[in-house]
Design a protein around this ligand. Sequence first.
Ligand code: SF4
Length: 335
Amino acid sequence: MSIDSRAADMLSKGFYKERLEPGECEYLLTFGDRSPVANLAVSLADRLTRAECSNTGQIYAEIEVSGGPCPLNCRFCDCAESTTSARFFEIEDQVLERYVQELGAFSDVRKIGLMTTGEGDVDELARRVGIVRDTAKRGTQIYVNTRDLEPDECRMLKKAGAYGAYHSCRIGEGTDTGIAKEKRLETIDGLVSAGLSVTTGTGPVGPEHTPKEIVDSFFETAGRRCCAADIYAREPVAGTKFGSIGKVKPARMSQIRAVFTLATSRYDFPVNEPFRGTFVQGLNISYARYGQADGKEQLYAARRRLFNNGYQRVLRADGGTNELTLAYLKQTGSV
Ligand code: SF4
């Protein structure tokens, strides 16, 4: 099957670090996820990411510190008050300390994220950031994931020791969520101004979203001096507006990530970091949800994922690297 030459030229531009315009991304996303255009996009984005991070992966462990039914009732969320049967939950200090100590056992968790849902107390979150700062291996980057924040709250989290924050402006903000788009964007700007390294998000992407909707959402935040972007699919949640629509195929998500990776290949990061990879978080960042039930298993799986995807090193908390070999997986209990 021949490849569309206009699309191939666009992909080549992205690979050689020329910016792709939104209209070009839209065009690239009109091709199917098994097309030659999609395959080339995924391959080039993968090569670019590996070159940018010197084949070094990172582990991002996320700990839920505060949760429960959320009154904001986003119409795709399993934590929404209207659909969840979850109870309110606050992590105990000793449990948080223990998790952080366990995550530091081999010094190969570079980022620890503290996740909150709903209208979490930001003073309390800042206090917990302090616990992680005092317990984690030196150099560990602490991220926070919160409700929308005022500028002074962003500064307080930075002062408490947070390195970064995750905050996305979701597709359907203000219509499928209880929050105005402007408020989400103001929070992102406030976090960036406070000096935090911000990971923004494009999603939740559903099968019904058009290339234009996805591209518009990505470029809404791509120029706001963030340090990374997470492109994520919507999970079908029974009883919600989108519960019966299904989920975007992994191959389509890979294609979307690849196009945006190439589109931002010449992104000028506000903070320089070794082994970062590309602006769009790709295969080189492996997530582990660290909690009561199977935290260690998730951490083992995160190491295996990097190894299985061919990454040769894993970034240490202190900015050095550990060789990611089969022997290392055995030594860390990951196989
Ligand atoms: S604000 Fe977050 S936690 Fe609350 S309903 Fe929306 S997506 Fe769920």
